[in-house]
Design a protein around this ligand. Sequence first.
Ligand SMILES: Nc1ncnc2c1ncn2[C@@H]1O[C@H](COP(=O)(O)OP(=O)(O)OP(=O)(O)O)[C@@H](O)[C@H]1O
Length: 236
Amino acid sequence: MIAVTKDYGTGGSRVQALQGISVSLARGAFTAVMGPSGSGKSTFLHCAAGLDRPTSGEVWLGGTRLTGMREGRLTRLRRDRIGFVFQSYNLLPALSVEDNVTMPLRLGDRSPDRAWFERVVTRVGIAGLLDRRPAELSGGQQQRAAVARALVTRPDVIMADEPTGALDSRTSGQVLALLRDVVSDLGQTVLMVTHDPVAACHAHDVLFLADGRLVERLTAPTPEAVAERMTRLGEG
Ligand SMILES: Nc1ncnc2c1ncn2[C@@H]1O[C@H](COP(=O)(O)OP(=O)(O)OP(=O)(O)O)[C@@H](O)[C@H]1O
Protein backbone atom coordinates (compact mmCIF):
# COMPACT_ATOMS: atom_id res chain seq x y z
CA MET A 1 0.00 0.00 0.00
CA ILE A 2 1.34 3.41 -0.91
CA ALA A 3 -0.30 6.76 -0.11
CA VAL A 4 2.21 9.57 -0.54
CA THR A 5 3.12 13.03 -1.68
CA LYS A 6 6.62 13.95 -2.78
CA ASP A 7 8.10 17.40 -3.27
CA TYR A 8 11.56 18.12 -4.59
CA GLY A 9 13.21 21.37 -3.49
CA THR A 10 11.59 24.14 -1.46
CA GLY A 11 10.18 27.65 -1.95
CA GLY A 12 10.13 28.93 -5.51
CA SER A 13 11.99 25.92 -6.87
CA ARG A 14 9.62 23.39 -5.30
CA VAL A 15 8.39 20.66 -7.66
CA GLN A 16 5.39 18.62 -6.51
CA ALA A 17 6.41 15.36 -8.15
CA LEU A 18 3.63 13.34 -6.44
CA GLN A 19 0.62 15.38 -5.42
CA GLY A 20 -1.19 12.68 -3.47
CA ILE A 21 -1.21 9.15 -4.83
CA SER A 22 -2.93 6.38 -2.97
CA VAL A 23 -2.95 2.85 -4.32
CA SER A 24 -2.84 -0.76 -3.16
CA LEU A 25 -1.15 -3.41 -5.25
CA ALA A 26 -2.61 -6.89 -5.13
CA ARG A 27 -0.16 -9.62 -4.18
CA GLY A 28 0.61 -11.83 -7.17
CA ALA A 29 -0.41 -9.17 -9.70
CA PHE A 30 1.56 -7.53 -12.51
CA THR A 31 0.97 -3.76 -12.45
CA ALA A 32 2.33 -1.27 -14.99
CA VAL A 33 2.74 2.46 -14.38
CA MET A 34 2.40 4.79 -17.36
CA GLY A 35 2.14 8.52 -17.89
CA PRO A 36 3.70 11.38 -19.81
CA SER A 37 7.33 12.34 -19.20
CA GLY A 38 7.63 14.10 -15.84
CA SER A 39 4.32 12.73 -14.53
CA GLY A 40 6.04 11.14 -11.52
CA LYS A 41 6.42 7.49 -12.55
CA SER A 42 10.01 7.04 -11.39
CA THR A 43 9.37 9.03 -8.21
CA PHE A 44 6.40 6.77 -7.47
CA LEU A 45 8.45 3.61 -8.02
CA HIS A 46 11.32 4.93 -5.92
CA CYS A 47 8.99 5.83 -3.04
CA ALA A 48 7.25 2.45 -3.27
CA ALA A 49 10.64 0.70 -3.15
CA GLY A 50 12.02 2.71 -0.25
CA LEU A 51 14.74 4.20 -2.49
CA ASP A 52 13.34 7.68 -1.94
CA ARG A 53 11.49 9.08 1.08
CA PRO A 54 8.05 10.63 0.52
CA THR A 55 7.37 14.15 1.81
CA SER A 56 4.18 12.93 3.49
CA GLY A 57 2.15 9.74 3.63
CA GLU A 58 3.01 6.11 4.14
CA VAL A 59 4.40 3.14 2.27
CA TRP A 60 3.69 -0.39 3.47
CA LEU A 61 5.15 -3.61 2.13
CA GLY A 62 2.75 -6.26 3.36
CA GLY A 63 2.59 -5.63 7.12
CA THR A 64 5.86 -3.66 7.23
CA ARG A 65 5.81 0.14 7.34
CA LEU A 66 8.73 1.56 5.32
CA THR A 67 8.02 5.17 6.18
CA GLY A 68 10.21 6.38 9.03
CA MET A 69 12.38 3.26 8.95
CA ARG A 70 16.06 3.82 9.69
CA GLU A 71 18.36 3.69 6.66
CA GLY A 72 20.18 0.50 7.70
CA ARG A 73 16.97 -1.45 8.17
CA LEU A 74 15.54 -0.05 4.95
CA THR A 75 18.66 -1.13 3.05
CA ARG A 76 18.30 -4.69 4.40
CA LEU A 77 14.59 -4.72 3.59
CA ARG A 78 15.29 -3.63 -0.01
CA ARG A 79 17.98 -6.29 -0.36
CA ASP A 80 15.91 -9.14 1.12
CA ARG A 81 12.33 -8.34 0.13
CA ILE A 82 12.43 -6.29 -3.07
CA GLY A 83 13.89 -7.34 -6.42
CA PHE A 84 15.04 -4.64 -8.84
CA VAL A 85 15.27 -4.73 -12.63
CA PHE A 86 16.62 -1.64 -14.41
CA GLN A 87 16.82 -0.58 -18.03
CA SER A 88 20.62 -0.91 -17.97
CA TYR A 89 20.74 -4.45 -16.42
CA ASN A 90 23.33 -3.34 -13.80
CA LEU A 91 25.21 -6.65 -13.81
CA LEU A 92 28.74 -6.62 -12.38
CA PRO A 93 31.10 -7.15 -15.36
CA ALA A 94 33.86 -8.97 -13.45
CA LEU A 95 31.54 -11.64 -12.05
CA SER A 96 30.11 -14.70 -13.75
CA VAL A 97 26.39 -14.78 -14.50
CA GLU A 98 25.91 -17.22 -11.61
CA ASP A 99 27.72 -14.95 -9.15
CA ASN A 100 25.69 -11.98 -10.38
CA VAL A 101 22.44 -13.87 -9.84
CA THR A 102 23.36 -15.01 -6.32
CA MET A 103 24.85 -11.64 -5.29
CA PRO A 104 21.76 -10.50 -3.28
CA LEU A 105 22.00 -13.70 -1.20
CA ARG A 106 25.71 -13.21 -0.47
CA LEU A 107 25.12 -9.58 0.48
CA GLY A 108 22.43 -10.77 2.88
CA ASP A 109 24.64 -13.57 4.24
CA ARG A 110 22.11 -16.13 3.09
CA SER A 111 23.05 -19.41 1.50
CA PRO A 112 21.40 -20.13 -1.83
CA ASP A 113 18.38 -22.41 -1.86
CA ARG A 114 19.79 -24.60 -4.63
CA ALA A 115 16.42 -25.95 -5.76
CA TRP A 116 14.97 -22.44 -6.04
CA PHE A 117 18.11 -21.20 -7.83
CA GLU A 118 17.86 -24.01 -10.39
CA ARG A 119 14.16 -23.34 -10.91
CA VAL A 120 14.74 -19.62 -11.42
CA VAL A 121 17.64 -19.92 -13.88
CA THR A 122 15.80 -22.60 -15.82
CA ARG A 123 12.62 -20.54 -15.84
CA VAL A 124 14.34 -17.42 -17.16
CA GLY A 125 16.34 -19.46 -19.69
CA ILE A 126 19.92 -18.80 -18.56
CA ALA A 127 20.80 -22.22 -17.09
CA GLY A 128 23.35 -22.79 -19.88
CA LEU A 129 24.99 -19.38 -19.50
CA LEU A 130 25.97 -19.39 -15.82
CA ASP A 131 29.76 -19.51 -16.35
CA ARG A 132 29.83 -16.59 -18.76
CA ARG A 133 30.56 -12.93 -17.98
CA PRO A 134 27.79 -10.40 -18.68
CA ALA A 135 29.72 -9.01 -21.69
CA GLU A 136 29.42 -12.43 -23.32
CA LEU A 137 25.61 -12.25 -23.28
CA SER A 138 23.14 -10.48 -25.58
CA GLY A 139 21.06 -7.62 -24.17
CA GLY A 140 18.05 -9.88 -23.78
CA GLN A 141 20.12 -12.55 -22.02
CA GLN A 142 21.59 -9.91 -19.68
CA GLN A 143 18.10 -8.73 -18.78
CA ARG A 144 17.05 -12.34 -18.16
CA ALA A 145 20.00 -12.67 -15.78
CA ALA A 146 18.87 -9.44 -14.07
CA VAL A 147 15.36 -10.91 -13.68
CA ALA A 148 16.91 -14.06 -12.15
CA ARG A 149 18.92 -11.89 -9.74
CA ALA A 150 15.71 -10.09 -8.78
CA LEU A 151 13.95 -13.42 -8.15
CA VAL A 152 16.67 -15.23 -6.26
CA THR A 153 15.69 -13.91 -2.82
CA ARG A 154 12.00 -14.73 -3.44
CA PRO A 155 11.13 -11.07 -2.87
CA ASP A 156 7.71 -9.72 -1.91
CA VAL A 157 7.74 -7.56 -5.03
CA ILE A 158 9.85 -6.96 -8.14
CA MET A 159 10.24 -3.31 -9.13
CA ALA A 160 11.12 -2.85 -12.80
CA ASP A 161 12.00 0.60 -14.19
CA GLU A 162 11.75 0.59 -18.02
CA PRO A 163 13.07 -3.01 -18.11
CA THR A 164 12.77 -3.22 -21.90
CA GLY A 165 13.93 0.33 -22.67
CA ALA A 166 17.25 -0.89 -24.14
CA LEU A 167 15.89 -3.91 -26.04
CA ASP A 168 14.54 -4.41 -29.56
CA SER A 169 10.86 -5.22 -29.86
CA ARG A 170 11.26 -8.98 -30.23
CA THR A 171 13.58 -9.29 -27.23
CA SER A 172 11.34 -6.90 -25.28
CA GLY A 173 8.41 -9.18 -25.93
CA GLN A 174 10.36 -12.14 -24.56
CA VAL A 175 11.41 -10.33 -21.38
CA LEU A 176 7.84 -9.07 -20.81
CA ALA A 177 6.41 -12.54 -21.34
CA LEU A 178 8.97 -13.76 -18.82
CA LEU A 179 7.86 -11.17 -16.26
CA ARG A 180 4.27 -12.15 -16.84
CA ASP A 181 5.22 -15.82 -16.38
CA VAL A 182 7.03 -15.22 -13.11
CA VAL A 183 3.79 -13.65 -11.89
CA SER A 184 1.59 -16.52 -13.05
CA ASP A 185 3.97 -19.46 -12.44
CA LEU A 186 5.92 -18.31 -9.38
CA GLY A 187 3.27 -16.08 -7.79
CA GLN A 188 5.51 -13.01 -7.89
CA THR A 189 4.19 -9.45 -7.57
CA VAL A 190 5.63 -7.10 -10.22
CA LEU A 191 5.43 -3.30 -10.48
CA MET A 192 6.82 -1.95 -13.77
CA VAL A 193 7.27 1.60 -15.07
CA THR A 194 7.13 1.83 -18.86
CA HIS A 195 6.63 4.28 -21.72
CA ASP A 196 5.55 1.55 -24.08
CA PRO A 197 1.81 0.75 -24.48
CA VAL A 198 2.66 -2.71 -25.83
CA ALA A 199 4.80 -3.42 -22.76
CA ALA A 200 2.05 -2.20 -20.44
CA CYS A 201 -0.37 -4.68 -22.00
CA HIS A 202 1.56 -7.59 -20.52
CA ALA A 203 0.40 -6.35 -17.09
CA HIS A 204 -2.93 -7.16 -15.43
CA ASP A 205 -3.48 -3.54 -14.46
CA VAL A 206 -2.16 -0.20 -15.70
CA LEU A 207 -1.95 2.88 -13.46
CA PHE A 208 -1.92 6.17 -15.37
CA LEU A 209 -0.19 9.13 -13.77
CA ALA A 210 -0.47 12.76 -14.86
CA ASP A 211 1.05 15.72 -13.01
CA GLY A 212 1.83 13.59 -9.99
CA ARG A 213 -1.68 12.20 -9.62
CA LEU A 214 -3.20 8.81 -10.30
CA VAL A 215 -5.81 9.63 -12.94
CA GLU A 216 -6.94 6.17 -14.05
CA ARG A 217 -6.55 2.47 -13.44
CA LEU A 218 -7.14 0.15 -16.40
CA THR A 219 -7.64 -3.58 -15.90
CA ALA A 220 -6.94 -6.14 -18.66
CA PRO A 221 -5.35 -3.49 -20.90
CA THR A 222 -5.25 -3.62 -24.69
CA PRO A 223 -2.71 -1.61 -26.76
CA GLU A 224 -5.57 0.48 -28.22
CA ALA A 225 -7.05 1.33 -24.81
CA VAL A 226 -3.61 2.22 -23.42
CA ALA A 227 -2.67 4.32 -26.46
CA GLU A 228 -6.01 6.16 -26.27
CA ARG A 229 -5.41 7.09 -22.60
CA MET A 230 -1.87 8.23 -23.34
CA THR A 231 -3.09 10.43 -26.20
CA ARG A 232 -5.69 11.91 -23.90
CA LEU A 233 -2.98 12.60 -21.30
CA GLY A 234 -0.98 14.44 -23.94
CA GLU A 235 1.49 11.81 -25.06
CA GLY A 236 1.45 8.99 -27.51
N1 LIG B 1 15.92 14.83 -7.88
C1 LIG B 1 15.02 15.70 -8.35
N2 LIG B 1 15.08 17.01 -8.05
C2 LIG B 1 14.17 17.88 -8.49
N3 LIG B 1 13.12 17.56 -9.28
C3 LIG B 1 13.00 16.26 -9.64
C4 LIG B 1 13.94 15.26 -9.20
N4 LIG B 1 13.55 14.08 -9.71
C5 LIG B 1 12.43 14.31 -10.43
N5 LIG B 1 12.10 15.62 -10.37
C6 LIG B 1 10.91 16.24 -11.01
O1 LIG B 1 9.76 15.57 -10.50
C7 LIG B 1 8.82 15.38 -11.56
C8 LIG B 1 8.54 13.90 -11.74
O2 LIG B 1 9.71 13.25 -12.22
P1 LIG B 1 9.80 11.68 -12.53
O3 LIG B 1 11.21 11.39 -12.92
O4 LIG B 1 9.20 10.92 -11.41
O5 LIG B 1 8.84 11.57 -13.81
P2 LIG B 1 8.70 10.37 -14.86
O6 LIG B 1 7.23 10.26 -15.10
O7 LIG B 1 9.40 9.17 -14.35
O8 LIG B 1 9.41 10.97 -16.12
P3 LIG B 1 10.15 10.26 -17.38
O9 LIG B 1 9.08 9.47 -18.08
O10 LIG B 1 10.63 11.41 -18.18
O11 LIG B 1 11.24 9.40 -16.81
C9 LIG B 1 9.40 16.06 -12.80
O12 LIG B 1 8.87 17.36 -12.87
C10 LIG B 1 10.89 16.08 -12.50
O13 LIG B 1 11.49 17.17 -13.15
